[in-house]
Design a binder for this molecule. Structure first.
Ligand SMILES: Cc1cc2nc3c(=O)[nH]c(=O)nc-3n(C[C@H](O)[C@H](O)[C@H](O)COP(=O)(O)OP(=O)(O)OC[C@H]3O[C@@H](n4cnc5c(N)ncnc54)[C@H](O)[C@@H]3O)c2cc1C
Length: 480
């Protein structure tokens, strides 16, 4: 379908499938760019196992948008960037805030009602309550698919066939991810097993954390005692990925199981004491191109977050570990985006289809809205036959987009690795050219002060770069 706009140019209608966090934001941005949009939401005609209402942008679980501290926290920074871009999700969250300390938490019903009302009232938006139960019709030439982690099976199946991937819905095997600069390098050392160089490594690609027998025994005890999360009833039918048993399940099968699995101490020599063979070794592997994040190899776990942090900090070298993401297992639907999507979130195999939200491999309400916002801007630019450069990688939006479309490393030493969804965190940002070393009064920064100052400098750089990007876009639009 095409519609005539004010300038008498012919524009196509953009179809957004899924009225969740990402789809609602995408529709809002498209409509505000002056392009007609049809938002297709299947609820209440068909619902998911987690949604409870027919409101747009329903929050399926927590009512928190996490930290609102733009200076010190990456998700707070993302809030700030989204507000500068007239985000409907942020506007509705701010208007429905409930007290939650430094976090932005919302009255969930008020929030969803505000999003629904704004979309319904917009003259450029048409809302249709229907399931898109297969690939969108061929004459929909500009489509944003934002159907989320619980995409209906018929659509998920069609996308899976089109993408050529084996699976689209499965349990994420999420291993915890650690900030590299929080690892104690007086204990850990770099070495690949048997110094194997492999196709993409240099023989010293892994960080190794050694354990004595006593440390190993205490670690296994803590794993077995730690509090675990339960599967939800509807999760029980989804299979595990091969070879991704939680570590606590492995430990429960025998005290030596981990030592013969992810913690095997073979092919590695501790350079600090080559004569003493560690009883077990935990390995960490680089997780992003920047080398700022490392995942703990084979450590997927269903331990509750509090217990998990305590247990993982028992690992020598990780006593002060800061986690970019904790481990977990839950059902999810997402694309192998770095392989399948182009830098503007279009499916390479069929560029009329653009993806947004959790399906692309971001994780979280705010991140999903952020990628929805970008997908909306990109789709509107296509409809107006104009172009838009993505936000710089130094911004939270650019860093998230980079993780989805380019920041993942496909192979390292031991072979291919699967792409996993991720929350926004400072490890996704390019390092500072010159990290701060001194306080404003000229005295040296020490210990944690350095980390805090670094985060603040990354945030300040991001906000200045997003402002410049917005100003450049306005200049280009005014010149056109
Ligand atoms: C059980 C669960 C709990 C979660 N808890 C949290 C949490 O506490 N905090 C957090 O930050 N993140 C959480 N997440 C992760 C994630 O951030 C949210 O799921 C978020 O809502 C994702 O946004 P989205 O827009 O991509 O998908 P959604 O918000 O799920 O929106 C997708 C929409 O598409 C619709 N849809 C699906 N298929 C079709 C179709 N074929 N045709 C038309 N419409 C369709 C759905 O009805 C839904 O409205 C959770 C995820 C799950 C699965």
């Amino acid at each position: 379908m095409t519609v005539q706009n004010n300038n008498d140019t012919i524009q196509e209608t953009i179809h957004v499938i899924g009225g969740g966090l990402a789809g609602s934001e995408a529709a809002w941005q498209i409509a505000n760019a002056g392009v007609h949009v049809v938002l297709h939401e299947m609820r209440p005609v068909r619902t998911t196992d987690a949604h409870r209402t027919d409101s747009l942008a329903e929050l399926v679980c927590s009512n928190s948008f996490r930290s609102d501290d733009a200076a010190n926290n990456a998700v707070g920074l993302l809030h700030a960037e989204l507000r500068r871009l007239n985000s409907l999700i942020m506007r509705s969250a701010d208007a429905n805030q409930v007290p939650a300390g430094g976090a932005l938490a919302v009255d969930r019903d008020g929030f969803s009602a505000a999003v629904s009302a704004a979309l319904a009232a917009h003259p450029k938006i048409e809302i249709q309550r229907e399931e898109i139960a297969g690939l969108p019709p061929a004459d929909w030439q500009n489509v944003v698919i934002a159907t989320g982690p619980l995409t209906s099976p018929a659509l998920a199946d069609a996308i899976r066939q089109l993408s050529g991937e084996d699976a689209l819905a499965f349990f994420d095997a999420i291993a915890p991810i650690v900030h590299r600069d929080s690892i104690n390098m007086d204990v850990a050392w770099f070495q690949s097993r048997y110094d194997k160089v492999g196709p993409g490594g240099n023989g010293a690609d892994y960080l190794n954390c050694p354990m004595t027998r006593e440390q190993y025994e205490a670690f296994v005890d803590a794993l077995l005692a730690g509090e675990k999360t339960d599967f939800k009833e509807w999760e029980t039918n989804t299979p595990y990925f091969d070879g991704c048993l939680p570590i606590e399940v492995m430990a429960s099968r025998g005290r030596e199981t981990l030592r013969h699995g992810p913690m095997k101490p073979v092919g590695l020599t501790n350079p600090r004491d080559p004569t003493v063979k560690p009883y077990a070794i935990v390995q960490l592997r680089q997780d992003n191109k920047l080398g700022t994040l490392y995942n703990i190899v084979g450590f997927q776990t269903k331990l509750k977050y509090g217990a998990q942090t305590d247990v993982l900090r028992m690992i020598p070298g990780l006593e002060k570990a800061e986690f970019a993401r904790l481990g977990g297992l839950h059902r999810n639907t997402f694309l192998n985006s770095p392989k399948l999507l182009d830098p503007q979130l279009r499916l390479k195999a069929q560029p009329r289809l653009r993806f947004a939200g959790q399906m692309t491999g971001c994780e979280g309400y705010v991140e999903s809205a952020g990628i929805g916002l970008l997908a909306g801007l990109f789709a509107a630019a296509d409809a107006k036959q104009s172009s838009i450069t993505p936000p710089p990688p130094t911004t939270a939006l650019g860093a998230l987009l980079g993780h989805i479309t380019g920041g993942h490393i496909e192979t390292i030493d031991a072979g291919p690795r699967s792409f996993q969804p991720m929350n926004i965190n400072f490890g996704l940002f390019p390092p500072l050219a010159s990290p701060p070393t001194k306080k404003p009064d000229g005295s040296r920064l020490r210990g944690n002060e350095k980390t805090v100052a670094k985060k603040q400098a990354i945030s300040a750089r991001a906000l200045s770069d997003i402002d410049r990007w917005i100003a450049d876009r306005l200049r280009t639009a005014n010149a056109a």
